[in-house]
Structure formats: C-alpha cells, structure tokens
Design a protein around this ligand. Structure first.
Ligand code: HEC
Length: 214
C-alpha cells in the first residue's frame, strides 16, 4: 500500500539535495560515500519481499532519529535533514526505488536536472565555476575556457554540502558550504587543466571538469 499523500517527485529532489552527498542510490544518480550505499542497505529486505511500506517506515525512522553511533570516520548522520511531509516524501521515494535496478521513468526521470551541462567562460580575469546548487556532487559546468595569464578561479557553492576547487600544480581554494572557494593562478597558453573537488569521494563521484586555455 502506498500513502497517497507522498509526493515521490518532491522526495527525489529532496533526496538529491539533502542526502545524496553522503549516500549512493542508483536511481537517484547520487554517489556519496560517507554513509552506507542505500541500494545495498535494503537488498536483503527487498529480496525477502519485506514490502515497500515497511522499508519506508525504516527509512523515515532513520531520517527522524538516526541516533546511532558515528561511522568509522566519526561521522554521524544529522537528524531531521528533512521533516514533516518532506521526510515522508523522501522515505517514500527511497523505498520505491532502493535495490530495484533500472531507471526512473516519467516525471521522476526529469525531476532532477543533470548537473554539468554548461561551459564556464573566463570574464575580466575571473573564471567562475559554481558547484551544483542542488547538492549533486558535480560542478554546474564540466567544461571551462580561460585565456592565458593571471586569473582568479572561483567556485560559488550555494549548497549546504562542503566543496572546494583544486587544480593540481596551480592552486587550491578553501573548503566551503554556502560560500565561495577561490584561488589565484596563471594559465599557460594552449594548456588543458583538470579542476576537481578534493573533499573525499567527490571527485570519484564525478565532481571534476576540464579547463581549456585559449
Ligand atoms: C553527512 C552525511 C549524511 C547525510 C547528509 C545523510 N546520511 Fe544517512 N547515513 C549517514 C551515515 C554515516 C549512516 C550510518 C550510521 C547510521 O546508521 O546512522 C547513515 C545511515 C542511513 C540509513 C541506514 C542505512 C542502513 O545501512 O541501515 C538510511 C536509510 C539513511 N542513512 C538515509 C538517509 C536519508 C534519507 C538522508 C537524507 C534525508 C540521509 N541519510 C542523509 C550519513 C548521512
């Protein structure tokens, strides 16, 4: 039985925004590695036909009262990242897709815009490459162009997930949430650089891009 009140489209959007930086869930396209993989966590109950309602109850309880010991890195899941109806929506979405394989379809398929489609262009000596504001482990632009010479590379991060921006051999900005990470560098003519986020797990999840210098 499904609760007719739950909005799984909103649930997916909230999951990506609030949970995906720590949890992998294939259908949601999230690749966080701080917390357990949420497809693996419910593989056994799904196989044993626990039922979506029961699994949803377990997830809702975890959202509201994580109250467990921190993991091996000393990280605890914060309680009530979403609450009220939002918590129900997230729990309903996760329960409906966990350990299921395949792809989201219909309105769910277009609920979250894939990050990284844009190209960031240097303007007046500043190259601004924002982090995905929706909390995905990605830059808003996976490609960037700059001109040879001095530049300030900045990463505005409007999400609550911590990120930085780094180019090996060139510079490293501070790790920030709801702020801007930046560094000054000098770009070489005709070179190609890789920018990435050095917060553990983020580059592996796809948070990187290519800067081409004209
Ligand atoms: C800061 C990282 C972080 C965020 C953000 C986060 N979690 Fe977690 N989560 C963890 C950690 C660490 C654990 C393992 C410890 C525990 O069970 O509390 C965990 C455990 C879980 C579990 C139990 C999995 C199992 O193996 O039984 C579920 C379900 C879960 N999280 C769902 C969520 C949902 C839904 C959200 C978003 C509302 C969320 N988490 C946000 C870190 C996070």
């Amino acid at each position: 039985m499904k609760d007719p009140q739950a909005d799984v489209v909103a649930g997916k959007q909230l999951f990506v925004q609030k949970c995906g930086s720590c949890h992998t869930l294939a259908r949601a396209g999230t690749k966080g590695t701080t917390g357990p993989n949420l497809d693996e966590a419910f593989q056994q109950p799904v196989k044993e036909n626990f039922g979506e309602t029961a699994i949803r109850g377990v997830i809702l309880k975890q959202i509201l009262f994580p109250n467990r010991l921190p993991n091996s890195d000393g990280i605890k899941m914060p309680a009530k990242l979403v609450s009220g109806q939002n918590a129900h929506d997230v729990a309903a979405y996760v329960a409906s897709v966990t350990a299921k394989g395949g792809k989201d379809t219909g309105r769910l398929a277009s609920a979250v815009k894939a990050a990284g489609a844009g190209t960031a262009v240097e303007k007046a000596g500043v190259l601004s490459i924002p982090a995905d504001p929706g909390g995905q482990l990605a830059f808003a632009a996976a490609k960037a162009t700059g001109t040879a010479g001095p530049v300030t590379i900045e990463m505005p991060n409007k999400s609550g997930t911590q990120h930085d921006i780094v180019i090996d051999g060139l510079g490293k900005g501070a790790v920030v949430a709801n702020g801007t990470s930046s560094f000054k560098a000098t770009l070489d003519t005709g070179k190609t650089y890789t920018y990435y986020c050095s917060v553990p797990g983020h580059r592996a999840a796809g948070m990187q891009g290519t800067l081409t210098v004209k």
